[in-house]
Design a protein around this ligand. Structure first.
Ligand code: SAH
Length: 350
């Protein structure tokens, strides 16, 4: 379809399309045109990042959560989860292991767990920064007040990941309990940006009730927010959630959106996620070959890995940090990419 090729070229040149054009591209793209789109996205990524892929060490430090998101395996109402919390010493230990493996970014992710007060998080950030001044700290601990975000930033946190999950209010309400709102989620992202964080937004592909219109709205929101990072991966059902019987998001749709996002936000840091690797044995490689440029191997202690189960059949839950790191490096090398150990900050494109 010549029309779709024109849209791909327009997206590559202008980094934007109209609502109608995005809709057409997502809905009508053929397999052959998708290959072309992925190739253009890969070229765009190589232009800015060469064949370098950044690694981030993910430390999943708590699976307690006060929220009850319908899709998430560690939601409050899932009483079958064996809950755990890592102590400050455990977290510093993970960082030490990571540091010796070459990690220069630590991502602290968890459920929304009030056990970790703001003072606790501030102290943790300061200790990490004290011991590893050359490392970036990324937080991914959900919705907090402006003041809390400011305190974490002042303590030394550099980045914050908070997927918006869906930009559409109606869709947001269908996958979250009434206590949560898209207005607050979006406001948090704007606050984080204003404070000075490198910010990551994002969505699950194929989450229940998601439509092509929703995806277009997500793209328009991402363009408007212009985040430094975009986390997207397929939705995967968890058997102990209300969405247990729903279908997973598809590999094809995830690769399509990765490529569109790369061309729309050429300098963005875009991970090939664990969820993508969980729906296909070569999912992450295909993600890289669609424009992704970040991988986030797990640094959590093996004893807790299986307990941070957001979705079923998550990969790498039995591996040591070192195994994950070297496994990924081998995977990247085999497709012509290199793992890079610097902090990998977002650089504006001039
Ligand atoms: N509490 C933090 C971290 C949430 S977990 C926060 O609110 O940001 C990180 C991400 O995992 C979520 O933002 C969501 O997009 C993703 N996730 C949760 N359940 C999932 C599932 N069943 N399939 C795929 N991704 C999921």
């Amino acid at each position: 379809m010549a029309k779709v090729i024109k849209l791909i070229e327009k997206l590559e040149a202008d980094h934007f399309l109209t609502k109608e054009e995005f809709h057409l591209l997502i809905k009508d793209i053929s397999d052959a045109d998708l290959l072309y789109l992925r190739e253009r996205a890969c070229i765009a990524s190589r232009k800015y990042f060469s064949n370098k892929i950044y690694i981030r060490g993910l430390i999943e430090f708590t699976n307690y959560c006060k929220n009850d998101c319908f899709y998430c395996g560690i939601r409050r109402s899932n009483h079958n989860v064996l809950r755990y919390r890592l102590s400050k010493e455990d977290i510093l230990q993970c960082a030490q292991t990571g540091y010796s493996l070459g990690f220069r970014t630590f991502v602290l992710q968890g459920g929304e767990d009030s056990y970790y007060t703001d003072d606790y998080i501030v102290d943790l950030i300061k200790s990490l920064k004290d011991q590893y001044p050359d490392c970036a700290i990324t937080l991914s601990i959900g919705e907090k007040s402006y003041d809390s975000y400011r305190r974490f930033f002042e303590a030394g946190a550099d980045r914050y990941l908070l997927r918006h999950e869906t930009a559409n209010e109606e869709h947001y309400q269908k996958i979250h309990p009434p206590q949560l709102s898209i207005q607050n989620r979006k406001q948090c992202l704007w606050n984080l940006k204003e404070i000075g964080y490198q910010v990551g937004a994002g969505i699950m592909i194929g989450s229940p009730y998601q439509t092509v219109e929703n995806l277009v709205e997500d793209l328009l929101f991402l363009k408007d927010l212009s985040p430094h990072m975009v986390g997207i991966g397929p939705f995967i059902p968890h058997h102990q959630t209300p969405f247990a019987k729903e279908a997973s998001g598809s590999l094809r749709q995830t690769l399509l959106l990765l490529s569109i996002i790369r061309l729309m936000l050429p300098g963005v840091l875009l991970p090939a996620t664990t969820a993508l690797g969980s729906i296909h044995p070569e999912g992450r490689e295909m993600g890289i070959l669609s424009g992704a440029n970040v991988v986030m191997p797990n640094l959590s202690p093996t004893s807790v890995r299986k307990k941070y189960e957001l979705y079923d059949n998550k990969i790498c839950t039995g591996d040591e940090a070192a195994e994950c790191r070297y496994c990924l490096e081998g995977r990247l090398n085999r497709i012509g990419y290199q793992l890079t150990v610097d902090r990998g900050d977002h650089k504006p494109i001039i």
